[in-house]
Design a protein around this ligand. Sequence first.
Ligand code: BES
Ligand code: ZN
Length: 868
Amino acid sequence: MCASNAIDRVLLPRNVQPIAYKLYLSPDLKAFTYSGYVEADLVVMQATAKSLTFHNLGNNLELDKTYMLYNTEKLYPVSDSVNHDEETVTLNFGGNPFVVGEQIKLVIYFNNTLGTSMCGFYRSKYMVGGEERWMATTQFEPVDARRAFPCWDEPALKATFEVILNLPSHLLALSNMPVVGEEKSLKTGTKTVYFQTTPRMSTYLLAFVVGEFDYVEGVTTKGGVPMRVYTPLNQADRGCFALEVGTKILDFFTDYFGIAYPLPKLDMIAIPDFAAGAMENWGLVTYREAALLCDRDANVSTKMRIAYVVAHEEAHQWFGNICSPEWWRELWLNEGFATWAGDLAVNSLFPEWSIWTQFCSAYLSSALRLDSMLSSHPIEVDVARSRDIDEIFDTISYNKGACVIRMLASYLGEKEFAKGLNCYLKRHSYGNATTADLWKAISEATGRPVGEMMRNWTLQMGYPVIHVESIEEGSKLRLSQTRFLADGLPTAEQDKVVWDVKVSVASDRTREMEYLSLSEKTATFDYSTRDLTWFKANAGQYGTFRVRYSADLLKKLVVAIKKKQILPEDRLGIVSDYMALSRAGLIPLTEVLELCSSYEEETDYNVWSELSAGLSAVMSIWESHPCYANFKRYKRQLFSKIGGRIGWEREGESDLDKLLRSVVLFALSTCDDEAVINEARRRFELYQSNPNSFPADLRDVVFRIYVYHGGAKEQEAMKEIYNRADVPDLKISALQALGLVQDATLIKNTIVWALNSGKVRNQDLHVVFYGTSNSQKGQEITWDSMKEHWDELVKRFGTGQFLLSRLIEYSTRNFSSFSKAEEIERFFLTHKANGIDRTVSQSLEKIRASASWFKRDSVSVSAWLNRF
Ligand code: BES
Ligand code: ZN
């Protein structure tokens, strides 16, 4: 192993470099095993002893058949050793050292089982007419290619791949590239399928799938790329929506990046057991079913989700696949970028969805929330060991990454930014790059140096809160920055970083976006606010920071909020910032509740969504306090006007109003609005008698209210819907609702059922945990169940996978007492698993911040709420 870089990355020795793989695999879908061989062409880079170290995990190597071709020699290993921690094998071949520049071939035979862990080469179950069948598929990112076959499993070690699969003749085989040949054997009833060689690419992007599928197909307008969506048998129709948006989005990116899609085809396929949401394997993108398939008349949120996931994975076909991260430290380049670009593409296709406003409530708010904790990490974070990488696929890499990119793109202008991207992708095509390479390309292409400005945004964790004050009787503006921490003021030590903040500003006078540049702790600007009706900093919420105003400026903003003179993203940004400021102890909660009251006339979906999420989070902390009943009355009053306006059904309304309805009606139901609850019950009964006559967009909220305010009978009815459903979004909708039941015994039963009935796939277990943890009581039961089943859960998920982390997050997300934090901390001292440490620290920090908030504000809030 050789170590490099500050944190001692553990990399494979560089004495050889792979350039081409031939991979032959023969899966057995009855015995759940596979066997095969890999032929790796290697170039000698260093004159070392004839020793080869590569990754391997769980494959049984058949060493008696394994050899190396070196010039004309065929050499068999004289010794071998396994390094379990690094997941590598070393073979020693003896004889004279390697000669630099020579090419060798290593041939390894191996076999393995097709497991159910949803990583490596694994099996997934599907049903055909009540009969259980199995397919085999792959998930390699980040470091599980080595689980499927011996290989040099680092993103920088790009090579070409020639895949050959041997399978029963009636099955279909897919891989990154199109099929070039097929041989059938009548005797064995099998066929051998040969795939075209891939371009140079990273191991984590390789994929192959074997099973039974139907498909729909189309072709893009630019470059005529054939695209297919593979679905379960007899469900081809459910691929139509993804295909339609998928082809358009591929056209969009072809234009945007200024580079043609480089492979001869792009397939997208739904896999019934799938740990992530989707995976961008080059030319063969894999999805969980709910992220790809839907009926034509599916509801808006389902279509939004599918459009976004497809766009995100297609963005990776350029950003990530053509040009890949040098090492996992650059993961954010992949994920932050695809998160941003996914929204960019969806926005161009569906302008009516106000994607960038959604971005602010979905990504910006959550990025800022997580990054205000001491347990956060910089966007660019080095990881030494392979197995630590899973934890970096988190809100920081995705959401903060996307926010930082949006911040830069808006500052430079999107056209200029695109020029930079084009330069970056062309320069590093079929290669690897770092964050510095991206900044360099953008700087060169736009003539604007961005490296220095971006430095602290990616290399430091956290972000600032900008204090905005009008001074000298409103003739000047003073801006200052301090690090923002979730639970209080930073110490001098914690507040050392000075960010280069481009503060976008807008006012009733604004024609074009203006920026004030704050690269010191404090600066004063000749910017008069005296005659302004309103003034907003971080206008458009383009920046990854929070804003706190002096009283006079806030007062003006409140008027502008009431009159809706400022943009929805700005309206929701103020809610998000002020909630966080209060949680951190910088502002009394009563002031924030007062501020929220100025949103009674609000009509925008995203603003309500932010308000609703913010208030739910606060109220869950106050759930056991005697003032909770008043809290509910407060919330009900706030939501009542919009509730009356939006009602249950309206002709010809926008997609966003349909989403708004769900948010508002559910919020009202949680404040015991009997009319809403009764109407939901009535509508559920209608649904039961005729699901088809029921508006798709009402389904989720009706399900949720029905179970939330129901008992055993209601839950049983929902279970039946779940059990019978075969459309993915209906199934998930029912599963989400199931956990919302409020009776303790029923909550417990739900979790036991989810764990033991065999009806809930491992990939969906967190959906249940999310539901059951929605109340304090439910949170206790979820946490207790998680402790009780810990060993089993680790066995099911504990291979360093993020699904276990998600279960931990949901088992603890709503706690808010110091004693609970202690208990959880103690539990995890003695209960260890790979890749969960960061999640545990984040949970603890969040719980303690909530506890402090409650301690600080409960007396004043309780008094304030007496008026309701
Ligand atoms: N590259 C990821 C898939 C992935 C995630 C691999 C985690 C390994 C670990 C893919 O591009 C992705 O980001 N998938 C998302 C869905 C996406 C639409 C946000 C996911 O799986 O959550
Ligand atoms: Zn991604």
